[in-house]
Design a protein around this ligand. Structure first.
Ligand code: SAM
Length: 458
């Protein structure tokens, strides 16, 4: 067993009477590997048919699967097609348990690298707005990449302090996920760094941050809205303790019961003001299910508030550029013209109802479509990832096993067979099987590689 801090073990022994041995045993077991299917691109039924390795359903999500140790799903072209996200199985629970209706405004306050934001974006099905934020800019860049890979365009990706976001978005969101930074006790089996970063007062220090984050999140939630609070730690002070404090402070908040699932345990009233409602929370323990450990609580903001929406209106319509028109003719996906915005030659498709926000550090607002050059439009990688194979008139389909695909991901120019290039020239959507992975340009029997340098395999 890994060296675990003795203060941590002592507390776990107190927390888990009768279960402590099983809990310790779980550290000896191999850790389960999980992937979550991007149902915005493929149904679970279809994925089960084409999965290149054995998979087995994870009981507490509709689209999560275990895969065996020794497999490398991130090396398969389907990963580059955004068909799945690799995620620790218990970490799939929070986004799966925040109900979302397409068209809503959703905030993921601590979103990087996007394990939960990608699922929230899929649940919005292209309608409404996902604001995905992380205080760390480098982590927010990884978040943006994962959202792009998933083909999610109705986003505002920011790297802000929650306090600054709260000033811009008072009572704005229908749904909020607060997957709070925490002492990471649930990551000890998976990640030695989490053990090293732990110290006995860490849960108390984290709790102070979590209380403030939850306060700010509540201020951004519309009356009637739902907020899911989650952590990957076991410490009561960061879980039931935070929820109990929020219920004391905000009388408009109520806990909503999360559905039961095999292996889920209830929250513990004794760890949260002896409030029996704590049983509506869920704890995922590593000795009760095949996951590392998580906590989640679903809160509803009940009162009607007098506050007006203080966020700006959507933008007026603009005429479309001829170069864009030329590129998109024959494209089966229709883009609403009044949501297209260009600045300095770069072109975006804005989410409907994207407010005009100023003063925020924004990494991306909407779907990046590409760039207007002197006499043409050049499509960008996120646009390829947001299309499906049949939506662009010219495609080059490689079998997922074609040896040219890894070369494409390395940025190489590729030879095409006569039947692959026949009657085609110019921009082509490159696909692995039925799934787009990027752009190329057909020149005679050659595919000029347009896979961006920043996305290539090192
Ligand atoms: N939800 C993410 C996912 O599923 O991929 C994981 C989020 S991780 C548990 C917590 C995140 O909170 C980190 O990415 C970290 O950069 C961010 N964070 C740390 N301190 C913060 C703070 N004071 N305010 C907002 N975010 C913070």
């Amino acid at each position: 067993m890994k060296e675990l801090p003795k203060e941590f073990l002592k507390r776990m022994q107190e927390m888990l009477p009768g279960e402590y041995e099983d809990f310790l045993q779980s550290y000896e077991a191999p850790r389960p590997n999980g992937l979550r299917v991007n149902t915005g691109k493929i149904s679970c039924e279809e994925f089960e048919k084409i999965a290149p390795f054995p998979i087995q359903r994870i009981p507490w999500t509709k689209n999560g699967y275990f895969y065996p140790a020794g497999e490398h799903p991130a090396r398969h072209p389907y990963y580059r097609a955004g068909l799945y996200y690799l995620q620790e199985p218990s970490a799939m629970a929070p986004a799966a348990h925040l109900p979302i209706v397409p068209g809503e405004r959703v905030l993921d306050l601590c979103a990087a690298p996007g394990g939960k934001a990608t699922e929230l974006g899929v649940k919005l099905a292209g309608e409404g707005l996902l604001v995905a934020n992380d205080i760390s800019t480098s982590r927010a860049r990884a978040l943006l990449r994962n959202l792009e890979l998933f083909g999610i365009g109705n986003v505002l990706v920011t790297s802000e302090t929650p306090a600054r976001l709260a000033k811009v978005f008072p009572e704005y969101f229908h749904k909020i996920l607060l997957d709070a930074p925490c002492s990471g006790e649930g990551m000890f089996r998976k990640d030695l760094e989490a053990v090293k970063a732990w110290y006995p007062e860490r849960p108390k220090d984290c709790a102070a941050v979590q209380k403030e984050l939850l306060r700010l999140a509540v201020s951004m939630l519309r009356p009637g809205g739902l907020l899911l609070y989650s952590t990957c730690t076991f410490a009561p002070s960061e879980n039931e303790g935070i929820i109990a404090a929020a219920l004391r402070e905000f009388s408009e908040l109520a806990l909503i019961e999360l559905p039961a699932s095999p292996g889920f345990a209830k929250g513990v009233p004794a760890w949260g003001d002896k409030n029996p409602a704590m049983e509506k929370c869920v704890r995922l323990w590593p000795h009760r299910l095949a996951g590392e450990g998580h906590f989640m609580a679903l809160l509803k903001k009940q009162w009607q508030s007098a506050k007006e929406e203080a966020v700006g209106k959507s933008r007026p319509a603009r005429p479309i550029d001829g170069r864009l028109e030329e590129f998109f003719k024959g494209c089966q996906k229709s883009f609403s013209i009044d949501r297209i915005e260009s600045k300095g030659g770069k072109v975006w498709l804005l989410p409907s109802g994207l407010p005009k926000v100023s003063g925020l550090h924004i990494l991306r607002g909407g779907l990046y479509l590409g760039e207007l050059k002197k006499d043409r439009f050049e499509p960008a990688q996120p646009l390829a990832m947001a299309l499906s194979a049949g939506e662009y008139p010219v495609t080059v389909r490689f079998s997922p096993r074609d040896e040219r695909l890894p070369r494409y991901f390395h940025g190489e120019e590729l030879p095409l067979l006569e039947e692959e290039s026949q009657g085609k020239k110019g921009w082509a959507l490159v696909c692995a099987g039925d799934f787009p992975v990027g752009w190329g340009k057909i020149v005679r029997q050659t595919l000029k590689n347009k896979y961006p340098a920043g996305w290539r395999q090192s």
